[in-house]
Design a protein around this ligand. Structure first.
Ligand SMILES: Cc1ncc(COP(=O)(O)O)c(C=O)c1O
Length: 364
């Protein structure tokens, strides 16, 4: 298998438009030349060194990340995946507040390691591994009063996605995240925003949270952050760091290879203002899909280039029909077709993908 920009070829030479961006990793598409070059050049210099050493690659990446991050987040902890970024956020929240409770949202997805899984909602993901970590509760997403009731003097943090991706592309209401901020402040709890899937331009802003004008205490990033190389990042305020009692680390976290790739990926994203492209292509596609008025479609929703088409039936047959037409999309729950194309997808391919989706929905 090989890939270039938004195209994937399988071993038989079949060609696909990758509208899942390989589970949201490929904001820059496959094998972006700037990322490939950064990896090759760093690999000739230093691939790995223990996390106690600072490296120029890590310093450059941290500086670049902080230059685009919400202005209150000045501390960065680097790891290797979204789940690890969430684990770190949960640990930092508990160790910084001295409290244990974590409030998460129904339909939320935060990863599959034990702490991150405890914040994840879906029963099928959780049940085989119970008992999970104690202290987690779940409230209906976008329900401000339910959140207010769930946050207590023992709440260390509330963890939310601005757009629930895996849970079926549900967008937070304009009031929800500001209310979550106010509820956390009133209770002395921290607000963790999980932007593993929505970060780095996908929603039409560098970070989705910018649309709500809210500053979180902790922000988790991963997926496309290093242009396809495994990475996770947990950003925190100085206050969180100062309150932190304990130790946390990762052998590979902040390794020079991932950092060099990350700097290159962020450079391209910023230089090409890819969030603007995401906004434009996403708005166009959602208008097209809504105009189809297909009887099998319950709702089209999304933000920028994270789009969910909720069907009246199952998503699997539509996903299969699309793949036969050479378009890869992914599910989001059993009845939602989720599109997460590369932000750099050529317009001609994006148009073809939306046309194929239209045919699959009309026939589905
Ligand atoms: C919002 C969110 N958080 C966390 C994760 C977990 O990331 P990873 O699969 O890299 O551990 C995901 C993965 O889909 C995600 O969408």
């Amino acid at each position: 298998m090989r890939g270039s920009v938004a195209t994937l070829w399988d071993d038989e030479g079949n060609e696909y438009i990758d509208c899942g961006a390989s589970f949201g990793v490929g904001n820059l598409g496959h094998c972006h030349p700037a990322v490939a070059e950064a990896i090759a050049s760093q690999a000739r210099e230093l691939i790995h060194v223990g996390p106690t050493f600072g490296t120029p690659a890590k310093a450059a990446f941290t500086e670049k990340l902080l230059s685009v991050a919400p202005r209150n987040l000045r501390r960065v902890f680097l790891s290797n995946s979204g789940s690890e970024a969430v684990e770190a956020a949960i640990k930092f929240a508990r160790a910084s507040t001295g409290r244990t409770g974590i409030v998460a949202a129904m339909r939320g997805f935060h990863g599959r390691t034990m702490g991150a899984l405890s914040a994840t909602w879906r029963r099928e993901f959780r049940e085989p591994f119970e008992p999970l970590v104690p202290g987690f509760t779940h409230v209906p997403f976008n329900d401000i009063e339910a959140l207010r009731k769930a946050v207590t003097p023992d709440t260390a943090a509330v963890i939310l996605e601005a757009v629930q991706g895996e849970g079926g592309v549900h967008v937070a209401s304009p009031e929800y995240l500001p209310a979550a901020r106010e509820i956390c402040d009133a209770a002395g709890a921290l607000l963790i925003l999980d932007e593993v899937q929505t970060g780095m331009g996908r929603t039409g802003r560098m970070f989705a949270i910018e649309r709500w004008g809210v500053l979180p205490d902790l922000l988790t990033l991963a997926k496309s952050l290093a242009g396809g190389v495994p990475i996770g990042a947990t950003l925190a305020t100085e206050a969180v760091e100062q309150g932190f009692k304990g130790s946390h680390n990762s052998t590979f976290g902040g390794n020079p290879l991932a950092c060099a790739a990350g700097t290159a990926a962020l450079d391209v994203t910023v230089r090409e203002r890819l969030w603007e492209r995401a906004d434009r292509l996403g708005t166009w596609a959602m208008d097209e899909l809504r105009a189809l008025d297909a009887p099998g479609v319950r709702e089209v929703r999304g933000l920028g280039l994270i789009i969910g088409i909720e069907l009246r039936g199952k998503a699997a047959p539509v996903l299969e029909a699309l793949q036969e037409e050479g378009v890869i999309a992914i599910g989001g729950g059993s009845s939602v077709v989720r599109l997460l194309p590369p932000l750099v997808i050529p317009e001609e391919q994006w148009t073809r993908a939306i046309e194929a989706l239209g045919r699959a929905m009309r026939n589905g």
